[in-house]
Each structure stands twice: as C-alpha cells, then as structure tokens.
Design a protein around this ligand. Structure first.
Ligand code: DOR
Ligand code: ZN
Ligand code: ZN
Length: 446
C-alpha cells in the first residue's frame, strides 16, 4: 500500500512528550506514527530534519471579515495569514457586514469561504432576533455563539437578563458554547459620553472608559446567569485581574466555564500602549503591569484555557483616524501569536506542553472540534512545524494579512513556524504559501 505522504525525522509533541518519529499521512488523516523503517511507501516524502512538530494550532478568536469588510481582510488573505503563522484551524467571529446572525448569512459566508480558505474554518454566530432561529443556525453548522456585551451586534437585547437567560438555555440544550466579550455596555457608554463632553479624546480617556471595572461587571453579570442555567460560557480575551479572579472562583466550584487571553494582553502594558499609540488600541484594552502578571499566573496555574490572537484587522488609516473614539480597535495577530509564545518558551516563561495545551488541545476540547488538537493516529493531519531557534524581527510590512501593522512590529523574537500542514497538505513553507485556495475545510457542528 502506498500513502499520500510520509514525514520523517520529526521531533513531535505526542502524549505529553517530545518524541523522535515519522508520520504516514493518507487522505488528510494521520494513518500511522512510528519509526521511519515501519512507514509505508509514499507518493511524497518530506524530511523534517529534527524540527519540532506540534498538533496543528487552533485559533478560536479570529475576525476573517470578507464580504462588506473585505477591504480589511478576506477569507483568502486571512487564512494565508493563519497558515503563515502556523495556525491550521480558525474560528471566525460574527461581527461582519452583514452580521452572521441568521441561517442565510451563515450559509452565504460558508459558501463564500469554501473556495478561498487555506486552513480549516469554523463559524461563530451572534444570537438572532428570534430565539426560534437559534436551533436552525446550529443545524446549519455554527460552531458556537458569540455574545458581544459592549454594544448590541446581534439580534438579542443585551440589556435584558431574561432574554439572555432564554437564549443561554437553548444553547445549553444544544450543547453549543457561548463566547462572551465581557465589557458592560451601560457603564462603558456612560463613561465614553462623559469624556467626549469634556473633550477628553486621548488614549488615557479610552482606558478610563474601558476600565477594569467595565470588564469585571460584565463577567460577574454573566456568571450570575450561568449559575441559573449551567451554560458553557467561554470568556474571550480576559484582560484584568478582577475579571480573571471572578472566573477562577466559579471554576473552582465546578461551574462549566472556560476562558482565553491574548498575546497583547499578556505582553503589552498601558505604558507601552501609550508609546506605540492608537495602532495598539484594542477592546478590551491592554492593562497595567499588575494585570499582565495576574494573567501569566492564570496561565501557569492552568486557569486560563486558551491563548487566542483576537486577529482583528483594519485598514491602517482606520487605526489613526480622528479622535481616539473614531479609531477602529483591534490588531492583527495570526502571524505573531505563535512566534511571541515561542519566544516566551525560549525565555523560560512557558513550556512547549503549555503551548500545545493553550493553542491546540484545549481549543479543540472547549469548542468540541473532533479529531483535532492532538497528534494521534486517525486524527486530522494538521501539523505545525517549528524552528525553535530561529531568531528574527517581526516585520508587519511582510504580513500575509491585509492589515500590515502590529504593536509588535520590529520586535526581536525567537522561534518560527516553518511548515504548516492542513489536512495532510503542505500549505506554507518558509513564509511562502504553496497550496491553492480551497485546501482548508469548513468545520460544521454535527
Ligand atoms: O479590538 C477589538 N476588535 N475588539 C472587539 O471586540 C472587536 C474587534 C474587531 O472586530 O475589530
Ligand atoms: Zn471581543
Ligand atoms: Zn474579537
């Protein structure tokens, strides 16, 4: 028997250890893991030259845009950015134009994506206007729901606890997770208006409006609701000590919640934000150093489940326009997340096992992505190949993303994804995209 591909001389992270092995890959799956001598004949053989191989990394928080926001990013540019960053699966956020919040919009998005994507893509939906649509959206294959609490994006009235509870109940019954952007709208908008009236339009005012308390308030409100229905809530981009502590307290009691943070919330402080300027502006914003320390403790203690990029690309002009209130918030992160995390491995702050857990295993488990997250026989042949010793500087002008800016631009990093395999196909090699659009697959909740 001859298989599609054999990868030999890998140092792969398998069963919590790094082992010397080879992979036989057929029809997009890992057929066999073992010694090179035991591998079947193959059409193609690639020598991985003792590079580190991780399970294909999964980024659960990505804004791929396209459609009405294609000038910022489209399915092709966004998934080439993923492949270049060593990411083999992304989950796409719903704040699109049109908003992904009904069957027609979701279906249309999937159809558009299918021909353009180079990595696997699953889709979030916002909650629809009518709760009766929730089950239909799930039947169409949405992987999870998103609840944006800083303002109403979907059809659900976010000011109404009873409406939230009802929607949570349906998602719970259908066993679909809900990812929450926790910033309290009323507190936030009130503060924003106050600063605008006082003509305070700088980064400081933005930080005060998007205060630590704004996050903690929304987290606590959702936690109160969770206790009533037992919904699996996943907190996106946790940025504050208080927010994290509230989540950890409930986790300790066994409440079924999970959370993520991002490289910018872990690595950039407000001092650095003020130095870099509005290019680094995000929602929630980065915080003072004490919060960065709390987030790192959350990672080291296993309370933070996932590191995701919150890849939120904009046109560079949109990042500089007008007052701070007009600036589009968000930074591209698909091409920087893994190098930044590998740099932390080389600094001794993180282990390879932690990267595998935060960026592959837990993402697959939390979002119930079958046959992903681990290097195992029978699993999808999604693999991220890494040169852990490669030293270079991040260069945003070379991004595959349309958003050619980064708060980490010019930063020296150590560790680089050098090959990305998606469903057994080599998609990226040494920064170059070598597969055709369409090699990624749409992930549908079954
Ligand atoms: O920084 C952000 N950018 N936060 C969000 O919640 C939205 C996102 C975007 O879509 O640009
Ligand atoms: Zn968000
Ligand atoms: Zn986001």
């Amino acid at each position: 028997m001859s298989v599609d591909l054999v990868l030999c001389n890998a140092k792969a992270y398998i069963d919590k250890q790094i082992v010397d092995c080879s992979f036989a890959i057929n029809e997009g799956r890992i057929l066999k893991i073992g010694k090179e001598a035991t591998m079947p004949k193959a059409e193609t053989k690639i020598d991985l030259k003792n590079l580190l191989v991780l399970p294909g990394l999964i980024d659960v928080h990505v804004h791929l845009r396209d459609e009405g926001k294609a000038y910022k990013e489209d399915f092709y540019s966004g998934t080439t950015a993923a492949a270049a960053g060593g990411i083999t699966t992304v989950l796409d956020m719903p704040n699109n134009n049109p908003v992904t919040m009904n069957v027609a919009a979701l279906k249309n998005r999937m159809e558009k994506a299918e021909k353009k994507i180079l990595v696997n893509v699953g889709f979030y939906s916002e909650f629809p206007k009518k709760n009766s649509e929730i089950e239909k959206i799930i039947a169409e294959g949405a992987v999870a729901f998103k609840l944006f609490m800083a303002e109403q994006v979907g059809g659900l009235n976010i000011d109404d606890d009873a409406a939230l509870l009802e929607a949570f109940g349906i998602a719970t019954k259908m066993k679909v997770p809900i990812a929450v952007h926790a910033e309290d709208k009323l507190t936030l908008k009130e503060a924003e208006q106050k600063f605008k009236r006082a003509n305070c339009n700088d980064i400081d005012a933005f930080l005060k409006a998007h205060s630590e308390g704004v996050e903690a308030k929304a987290v606590k409100r959702v936690l109160n609701l969770v206790k009533q229905v037992g919904t699996h809530i996943h907190f996106c981009h946790v940025s504050t000590e208080d927010g994290l502590n509230a989540i950890v307290d409930e986790k300790k009691k066994g409440v079924p919640i999970t959370c993520e943070t991002t490289p910018h919330h872990l690595l950039i402080s407000t001092d650095e934000l003020k130095r870099i300027g509005t290019l680094a502006l995000t929602m929630p914003p980065v915080r003072e150093k004490q919060h960065l320390t709390a987030l790192w403790n959350g990672i080291k203690n296993g309370w933070i489940d996932i590191v995701a990029s919150d890849h939120a690309p904009h046109a560079v002009e949109e990042k500089k326009a007008g007052t701070v209130w007009d600036v589009k918030v968000g930074v591209p992160g698909l091409e920087t997340t893994l190098p930044l995390m590998l740099t932390e491995v080389n600094r001794g702050r993180l282990s390879i096992a932690e990267i595998a857990s935060l960026m592959a295993e837990r993402p697959a488990e939390v979002f119930k992505l079958t046959n992903k997250g681990y290097l195992k026989e029978g699993y999808n042949a999604d693999l991220t190949v890494i040169d852990l010793n490669k030293k270079y500087r991040i260069d945003a002008s070379k991004f595959h993303s349309k958003a050619k800016y980064s708060p980490f631009d010019k930063l020296a990093v150590e560790g680089k994804p050098v090959k990305t395999f998606v469903n057994g196909q080599l998609v990226m090699e040494d920064e170059e995209i070598i597969a055709n659009p369409g090699s990624g697959q749409i992930i549908r909740r079954e």
